[in-house]
Design a protein around this ligand. Structure first.
Ligand code: KG4
Ligand code: ZN
Length: 334
């Protein structure tokens, strides 16, 4: 008999469900919430309401696409932390009710651990131990992964996440939210060495992006004093230069982590791994450093339930189940 897991992810502004069978993803359904764009960021209360609206059709579609009836599901996995509390509540209450009514185990999953274990979905997988740079709108971490059950954060951001650094830079340039993909698009036509933004000197493997944000602010103010159309005239070069610096901050720390741990199986996960400069620099450094490099398929990089399903699968194998009173948490500790 196959081991079938139904997974639910609702930590932020995507309502997602996935079914995996013996560790193979059979469906990966995501309902994006468009309601937030007009506010320039995610509005938590609106996110919770949209989750309530979406969750039944999304779960239903995931089961149908996988062609697995609810009665053949062996466990329900769900995101228990970190995230927006109202959003997590919708997913967790739904998961708990389903597990209770079907009388099957419940598995709470940490969203950031799931981003790392998304690297185990595709057939070409890293070997243990591996390092994973997880870069999303909410988090930036370097995680050392010795087994699916032994994940240690060895570096993380002290202020903004990498995605936030992209989005806040884009906002300073007057671009709409989320600006990360737009910076990527403009940067493709620009000269990355046109402007020089500082690289912060942060000890160890931690990151900081707040200094960069301030440097951009002053740079734009000075530019506007000389020419009020400074941004419009230089948008491609500015985006390319900002992007180059964010990518170098990330990859210099990743290189340091590899040197310190001696680990050469290296992964990148999270929504920012869509960035073209990050992808190409990661591959180039990998060749220079003799790394084996991995990036999950794009649909498993941005927020999704397949990564919750694969993590739930490994937890099931290790009999890591949760009681119905398992708590959700907005915090990222694990
Ligand atoms: O992982 P994700 O989908 O959601 C979170 O868990 O936060 O990441 C979203 C983040 C946003 O900040 C978005 O601007 C950024 O990923 N992003 C990008 C690109 N595509 C998405 N940043 C730079 N370049 C991109 N191509
Ligand atoms: Zn995420």
């Amino acid at each position: 008999m196959a081991l079938n897991i139904l997974a639910i992810e609702s930590s932020c502004d995507e309502t997602a469900a996935s079914v995996c069978s013996d560790g193979k993803i059979l469906s990966n359904i995501i309902a994006n919430q468009t309601v937030h764009a007009q506010y320039g960021g995610v509005v938590p209360e609106l996110a919770s309401r949209a989750h309530m609206h979406n969750i039944v059709p999304v779960v239903d579609t995931a089961l149908k696409k996988a062609d697995i009836p609810l009665k053949n599901i062996n466990a329900i996995a769900f995101t228990k932390a970190p995230g927006l509390i109202g959003s997590l509540l919708v997913g967790s209450q739904f998961a708990k009710s389903l597990a209770l009514s079907l009388n099957i185990p419940l598995i709470g999953v940490h969203h950031m651990q799931a981003h790392v274990l998304a690297n185990l979905i595709d057939e070409v997988r890293p070997s243990f131990p591996f390092l994973c740079l997880t870069v999303s709108g909410g988090h930036t971490q370097i995680v050392k992964c010795v087994s699916p059950y032994e994940l240690t954060v060895i570096g993380e951001t002290m202020d903004d996440a990498a995605g936030e650094a992209f989005d806040k830079s884009a906002k300073l340039l007057g671009l709409p939210y989320p600006g990360g993909p737009l910076i990527d698009t403009y940067a493709a036509k620009g000269d990355a060495s046109a402007f020089n933004f500082p690289e912060p000197q942060i000890p160890g493997l931690n990151f900081s992006f707040s200094g960069l944000k301030t440097a951009i602010l002053y740079f734009l103010r000075d530019g506007a004093q000389k020419d009020k159309n400074f941004v419009e005239k230089n948008i491609n070069d500015i985006c390319a230069s900002i992007q180059k610096r964010i990518v170098s901050i990330l990859l210099n720390k990743l290189k340091k982590a590899s040197h310190e741990t001696g680990i050469k199986d290296i992964c990148v996960a999270g929504g920012v791994s869509a960035n073209n400069a990050l992808r190409s620099s990661f591959t180039e450094i990998g060749i220079r450093e003799g790394w084996k490099t991995y990036i999950p398929a794009f649909q498993y990089c941005t927020d999704n339930a397949a990564m919750i399903a694969i993590t739930g699968y490994y937890k099931f194998l290790n009999k890591e189940f949760d009681m119905l009173d398992v708590k959700i948490s907005a915090r990222a500790d694990w």
